[in-house]
Design a binder for this molecule. Structure first.
Ligand SMILES: [Mn+2]
Length: 312
């Protein structure tokens, strides 16, 4: 077996060929069974390639697969943390194919599956798919958090519209569907309409707008606004489109890799992060860097989670 312990578990193999170095196309980082067995894993990834209301560039349904494919090339040793985070065990669930029979039925399916996935006790990171899926985990954790729950939202958009293109289940409405249960704190926001601006002001929500990233005490503002319990939703359109053009609704003036990581590291070390999602990667053929960035972002989150879990 190679460095990652490749040994295929997705396909039943006859004993005659079982010992060849078959790769496992399903597991994040290409990890072998020693580090992906569900019972022994402290982290679980839940791919949800759901895409129903894309308004501009389609392709978010191919996000999870591209992330997992790219993750095989992520270095397993994290030099910043001087750890090998994969050793906590990372189980990758098969992709959850939600019904095409309408958003309410799809979200109900996700609600049931998410609860059963979380019952395993792992730190769960859902992989979208479009941003619509985020309301399910936020409601799940708002019901269970010991005290108030905040949502740390990395995003170009506030997603606070009451409806968009005639549906309340649009990706552009997801934070409106949770705002009465968990207070959002937006980072990198730079495309909102007037109704959203009025709601942000009326509710006194903390938003770090795109042009405020990196200046002054923007990270302190975020940390102060967050409750002790935090759900992280990371829409990859937070990043500047020069870094991540592969997303459904790209907006100029976004954040950097370093800004995302420094804030994530602080949040994982100073707050209790209950779960997370990474959404809206819509891979572009031949352009692997954004897929790889997203895979590495998830692995950095796992490393920071492990560090926070060790300290707390
Ligand atoms: Mn967005």
């Amino acid at each position: 077996m190679g460095q990652r312990g490749y040994r295929c578990r997705s396909v039943a193999l006859s004993s005659a060929v079982a010992d060849y170095p078959w790769e496992d196309s399903n597991s994040f980082l290409g990890l072998g069974p020693e580090f992906t067995d569900l019972a022994g894993s402290r982290v679980a990834l839940l791919p949800v390639p759901y895409e129903a209301t894309t308004s501009y560039m389609e392709g978010a349904r191919r996000g999870p697969q591209a992330i997992i494919a790219a993750s095989r090339h992520v270095e397993l040793y994290d030099h910043e943390l001087d750890t090998e985070p994969y050793r906590v065990g990372i189980h990758t669930h098969p992709a959850l194919e939600l019904t095409a029979g309408g958003p309410e039925a799809a979200l109900e399916q996700l609600r049931e599956a998410y609860a059963d996935v979380c019952a395993g006790g792992q730190f769960v990171i859902a992989l979208g798919g479009e941003h619509t899926i985020t309301q399910v985990p936020v409601h799940y954790w708002a019901d269970r958090a010991d005290g108030e729950l905040s949502v740390l939202q990395f995003d170009a958009h506030a997603d606070l519209r009451d409806s968009f293109h005639g549906t309340p289940w649009s990706h552009a409405c997801v934070m409106r569907r949770v705002v009465d249960r968990a207070r959002p704190v937006g980072v990198g926001i730079r495309a909102i309409d007037l109704e959203e601006r009025r709601l942000i002001d009326a509710l006194g929500l903390t938003m770090v707008y795109g042009e405020q990233l990196g200046s002054g005490d923007w990270q302190d503002r975020v940390l102060e606004a967050l409750a002790d319990n935090v759900y992280i939703t990371f829409d990859v359109d937070f990043f500047d489109p020069a870094v991540v053009p592969s997303t459904g609704t790209p907006e100029p003036g976004g954040g950097t890799w370093e800004q995302a990581l420094t804030l994530l590291r602080r949040v994982f070390s100073e707050k209790k992060v209950v779960a997370a999602d990474v959404v809206e990667l819509a891979p572009l053929a031949g352009l692997v860097a954004p897929d790889f960035l997203t895979a590495k972002l998830i692995y950095k989150m796992i490393g920071y989670w492990q560090l926070g879990a060790m300290n707390g």
